[in-house]
Design a protein around this ligand. Structure first.
Ligand code: ATP
Ligand code: LTN
Length: 333
């Protein structure tokens, strides 16, 4: 295992659509803060994982560049953090193959995401969808990551990466750092504005339920004004008020106010005033990032130069781990 002074964090994002306010508040914003908290961060866009579901090629390319520009616009600092595109570092596929041979059919069959996605895409239950966790384990283990910040939905995948690492280390000695999931304790799970019982998701068919980080102010205002709430009118956190709870969660995450403060601010005012206030806060939060984003995507040469320059930095780390693993299993170097 590598001797690192700082703890290493690794996370990746699928670029199957434009990021939502859920991705932003629940993951991206927190992950970017970690670079200021003394961690050595490695982030990437998981474009190879995206292929497990059929993609329109031009769209996948567009979403990948868009997502790359969005994280830069958010303030990801390339002097502190490595940020690359997964398919530009071929070691991911190479280690994934090795790990495939140390992972059991039975354990992959038990993965919740595999079961969910097979049900959703019954006409395309491909081998990649099945071995998705091995590629994800390779993503993590190549960088000897200590922590993997993800939403609760990805915990099982980090656990299988741990199992694979422990199994491999058990046979060959310490090759991989055994990673820990880093799951946000409270909140930051943003729900759909149209169905507050299901999470806000890029792949939601009802686009009125999801705020894209690139939505313009009028669209954001319209979506919040139409957000589903209950038949009451009081801005108060409570059971059976999932719609209002979700709006309060968003307002709290964006303004930093507590629920008590929000209830006091809107006492006697009703949803009619609350919804536009939430929209305004979200618009104000996203506006400066959207402005920087527009400058970055307009400069195609800069964007391309930037992501191309990042891949070798990731590769230098990945290659060391891969070569160690290849040697251990008996491949001629
Ligand atoms: P899809 O719609 O394709 O399922 P997704 O929007 O769930 O995708 P991912 O790219 O799989 O997004 O996830 C990126 C990160 O954002 C993950 O760490 C995930 O847990 C987090 N995340 C996704 N949606 C939400 C949400 N609504 N609230 C909080 N965090 C979220
Ligand atoms: N499966 C994750 C994306 C992902 C990832 C990773 C996250 C791919 N490789 C490595 C953390 C570490 C998702 O769907 N959000």
């Amino acid at each position: 295992m590598e001797n690192q002074e700082k703890k290493r964090i690794l996370s990746m994002y699928q670029c199957t659509g434009t990021f939502t306010l859920g991705n932003y508040l629940g993951a991206l914003r927190n992950h970017i803060k970690l670079q200021e908290e003394g961690y050595d961060c490695v982030y990437a866009l998981a474009d190879l994982h995206a292929l497990t579901v059929r993609q329109v090629p031009a769209e996948l390319r567009k979403y990948t560049k868009e997502a790359y520009a969005w994280l830069l616009a958010m303030g990801l600092d390339l002097s502190k953090t490595i940020f690359f595109i997964q398919s530009q570092v071929p070691e991911h596929c190479q280690l994934a193959w090795l790990l495939n041979c140390y992972t059991q059919f039975g354990e992959l069959s038990r993965m919740t995401q595999f079961k969910d996605k097979s049900a959703k895409h019954a006409d395309n239950i491909n081998a990649g969808l099945f071995t998705y966790p091995c590629l994800m384990a390779a993503d993590i283990l190549l960088y000897q990551a200590d922590y993997v910040p993800v939403g609760a939905d990805q915990k099982q995948h980090v656990e299988i990466a741990r199992d694979i690492a422990e199994r491999f280390n058990g046979i060959y000695g310490d090759v991989f750092t055994v990673p820990e999931p880093m799951i946000p304790k409270h909140g930051a799970r943003v729900m759909s504005l149209q169905n507050p019982l299901s999470k806000m998701s890029k792949s939601d068919e009802n686009q009125n339920g999801n705020i894209s980080v690139l939505d313009d102010p009028d669209t954001i205002m319209r979506k919040f004004k139409r957000a589903k709430t209950d038949s009451g009118s009081e801005v108060r956190f409570g059971e059976g008020k999932e719609g209002v709870n979700n709006l309060m969660g968003i307002y709290a995450a964006v303004t930093g106010k507590s629920f008590d403060e929000i209830e006091a601010e809107f006492a006697g005012k009703g949803y009619g005033e609350f919804k536009p206030a939430v929209a305004e806060a979200v618009i104000a939060e996203l506006r400066p990032i959207q402005e920087r984003y527009r400058e970055i995507v307009a400069d195609k040469a800069y964007l391309e130069e930037t992501y191309r320059a990042q891949a070798p930095k990731a590769q230098a780390i990945a290659r060391r781990t891969l070569s160690k693993a290849m040697k251990k299993v008996g491949l001629v170097q």
